[in-house]
Design a protein around this ligand. Structure first.
Ligand code: ADP
Ligand code: MG
Length: 729
């Protein structure tokens, strides 16, 4: 009966590392070879086209039709030379991941044959069948079609013999139906806002760029084991499974030796990344068994995010070559660390200054503090929104579940920065007046140690941490599109910087010195946003209490957390920055609630099926074996002796029966709760019903199944167990 489980376990454990096709050249020679980058453009485009395209990319200019035709012709030649047969607009719908529709280059040649063609029109704009992507009702309301349009700031690339063109995806009325559009708008907003503030300190600044360095965590599972777990295959996580006797207690996995099968996978993945211009740099084991991380060198935010999305599809593909499956779910295993995607986020000027890094003079440090404090103020003001921006049905398992990060947004600064902020907070009017004179030592701002960079404490419990020259938004989920979090963060910070700029400008116009006005405003902001600053243990119960007292958002129900997108402050902030309109926000929330419901609906169905058709029958069979044994003991021995010998069996029979009764009862109740929820019309209310009435049943069904796993004969248990899933040989 269980032979299937034993067979797959044996298959998985016997598996050897797959040989990797290592290029003969060095990485610097094949890096970016599948990207239509500046080098390829230079080679394949006429020189005037090249110059015009470079100018359009650098200065965000639109392309003319003739120019697009000329680019398309060169791009096609490059793509065909590199083995491409199809082309596709590549975009980021409001579901997870990316979408593509592949078309072959071929067109009729008018003589009964075909030619390979690609025009500027096809390059610049397409109309994917948008009705199959979530749109929150926008398209129904406006009866508009959706179209995708080339984002020239992100280069085209070749994946699976297909030329992929990064695009935005919007409705004909201009509403975004994707993540990239509002991300680009937010990058524009933060460029403008941060540039205007940076000009107080250096009037020559022209642009501010937002940088993103993501760290992608993931699990690997052998494909044979994966296929034997319908829950993993259908929902991305285990819906049942008792903890293994050994999991991460020994903490021996982190930075431990990487198993050779995994090493081969990582090497293969890294080579593929480099060919696609993804600057993959770091790889290591994570805290949990079978958990790993990949991090690139940081890049401009939009490009970095495209690279992350590309990486996620690449991982799936490469993993299969190595007989693995990648689990990007935030919480594939109960009781074991989940996966996140730390977003290292920073701002830098076109003059090479990192705005979150301390400088060498007191003026540079005033600029540094200006950007730090305004970011803290923005995160404080919009802490509920930022939590909504990282929330999903899958990430909900990780947040607030006694592991990083808690379901409360706060900022960790580390002791050094905390000391500087405190000094500024307690500065007197005289200190501020004397800021520019030597005698005051500029309130210590002349000597903010560079040490700060290396010295930031590693508080792993904080969802948003200052790490020396950047902030690290750690609450983002491993399966998420980072753009959801970053567009909210960029917009909130841009809005705050705009307000700051207006206040300082007014004070300067009133005759005040810039430095004094800035210091005084910063002092006020530090005091106002103090509640967001927390350097303690984010997992503790005391923090939950404290955060509530401080007025931070403590909501834990995902569907209600999404409400923060539609608060008046959020709507106004997104409108002022031009990142999302109210219509878009409403539509997006419909999608969020719908996705939430669907995910749990699928999980509940899979769990119900597993419980009734896989677990109960096996438990029943084992139970009847025990009953059989008791009957036989009684036929062999006198009653008193037989009862003594059968005592353990009798207890087990009873426990199994009890657990099975609860499982059946709870499964019925879960089905009923789903029926009731499905009748609710509002997406929001339905999602709340799933959260409040379906999820708790699932937890309880799981609890009892996990108990049965400990009782039923190991040989009979149908699903690979945690100890088998989690330890790659
Ligand atoms: P950790 O110690 O947290 O693993 P690393 O130093 O390896 O951090 O860096 C993690 C990520 O942060 C990398 O992608 C790195 O390129 C990125 N990073 C470093 N400095 C910056 C910065 N100023 N802005 C954005 N990302 C950065
Ligand atoms: Mg990190």
């Amino acid at each position: 009966m269980s032979s299937l489980r034993f067979k797959v376990v044996e298959e998985a454990f016997d598996r050897k590392a797959v040989a990797v096709n290592i290029p003969k050249e060095r990485p610097e020679d094949y890096y970016g070879c599948r990207v239509f980058n500046r080098g390829a453009m230079y080679k394949y485009l006429p020189s005037d086209t090249f110059a015009a395209l470079a100018n359009a990319i650098d200065n965000k200019q639109p392309l003319s039709r003739e120019l697009a035709d000329s680019i398309a012709a060169g791009m096609k030649r490059w793509a065909i030379d590199n083995g491409a047969r199809h082309y596709s607009h590549w975009f980021h719908p409001l579901t997870d991941g990316t979408a593509e529709k592949h078309d072959a280059f071929i067109e009729h040649d008018g003589k009964g044959g075909v030619v390979e063609e690609f025009t500027g029109k096809l390059l610049v704009q397409q109309e994917p069948d948008a009705s199959s992507f979530p749109n929150g009702g926008i398209r129904n309301t406006f009866e508009a079609r959706g179209y995708s349009a080339w984002d020239i700031s992100s280069p085209a690339f070749i994946l699976d013999e297909t030329l992929c063109i990064p695009t935005i995806f919007i409705s004909y009325t201009g509403e975004s139906l994707d993540y990239k559009t509002p991300l680009l708008r937010s990058l524009n907003a933060i460029d403008k806002a941060a540039t205007s503030v940076a000009r107080f300190f250096d009037p020559e600044v022209q642009h501010v760029t937002c940088n993103l360095g993501w760290e992608q965590e993931y699990f690997l599972v052998d494909e044979a084991l994966y296929s034997a777990r319908p829950d993993l295959a259908l929902t991305g996580r285990t819906l049942m499974g008792h903890e293994s006797a050994k999991n991460q207690q020994l903490e021996d996995h982190y930075f431990g030796a990487i198993p050779s099968r995994v090493e081969a996978f990582m090497l293969d993945l890294e080579i593929e990344c480099h060919k696609l211009g993804i600057p993959a740099k770091t790889r290591h084991n994570e805290v949990a068994p079978n958990q790993f991380e990949l991090a690139p060198i940081f890049e401009e935010c939009n490009l970095a995010n495209d690279h992350n999305l590309l990486l996620m599809s690449l991982m799936n593909e490469v993993a299969r070559r190595h007989n693995f499956r990648v689990l990007l779910h935030e919480k594939p295993f109960k009781g074991i660390n989940g996966s996140g995607k730390h977003n290292n986020w920073s701002l830098g000027t076109d003059k090479g200054v990192l705005l979150f890094a301390p400088g060498k003079t007191h003026i540079e440090n005033l600029q540094f503090l200006t950007f730090i404090v305004n970011t803290m103020a923005a995160v404080h003001k919009h802490n509920a929104l930022l939590k909504a921006s990282i929330m999903s049905a899958t990430n909900a398992h990780r947040l607030g579940a006694n592991e990083a990060p808690p379901a409360i947004i706060s900022i960790f600064t580390g002791t050094q920065l905390a000391r500087v902020l405190e000094k500024l907070e307690n500065s007197t009017a005289d200190d501020i007046l004397e800021f520019n004179t030597k005698s005051s030592r500029s309130m210590g701002l002349a000597q903010i140690p560079e040490l700060l960079v290396d010295n930031t404490d590693r508080n792993r419990t904080s969802p948003f941490a200052f790490t020396g020259n950047r902030f690290e938004f750690r609450a983002v989920g491993s399966s998420a599109n980072n753009a959801a979090a970053l567009l909210a963060l960029n917009a909130a910070v841009a809005d705050q910087l705009n307000e700051f700029h207006a206040r300082i400008s007014a004070r300067i116009a009133g005759g005040e010195q810039m430095e004094h006005a800035v210091l005084d405003e910063l002092k006020t902001l530090i005091i106002q946003s103090k509640a967001i600053h927390f350097d303690g243990n984010g997992y503790s119960d005391e923090w939950k209490e404290e955060a509530r007292r401080r007025g931070l958002d403590c909501e834990t129900s995902a569907p209600k957390i999404f409400d923060a997108y539609l608060s008046q402050e959020s709507i106004d902030m997104f409108a002022r920055t031009g990142v999302l309109s109210k219509i878009e926000l409403e539509a997006r929330n419909e999608v969020k609630w719908e996705m939430y419901t669907k995910k749990i609906q699928i999980e509940a169905r899979v769990l119900g099926d597993l419980a009734l058709n896989h677990i109960i029958p096996v438990a029943t069979r084992y139970q009847s074996m025990l009953v059989d044994n008791v009957v036989k003991l009684r036929s062999l021995f006198p009653e008193v002796k037989a009862n003594r010998l059968a005592a353990h069996d009798l207890t087990t029979i009873e426990s199994i029966a009890e657990h099975m009764a609860v499982i059946k009862g709870e499964t019925d109740a879960m089905v009923e709760a789903r029926k009731v929820a499905n009748r609710i019309h509002s997406e929001r209310e339905r999602a709340i019903a799933y959260h409040d009435t379906v999820l708790p049943r699932m937890d309880s069904i799981r609890y009892h199944i996990d108990k049965l796993e400990l009782m039923v004969d190991n040989e009979m248990w149908p699903l690979p167990k945690y100890r088998e899933l989690l330890f790659i040989r």
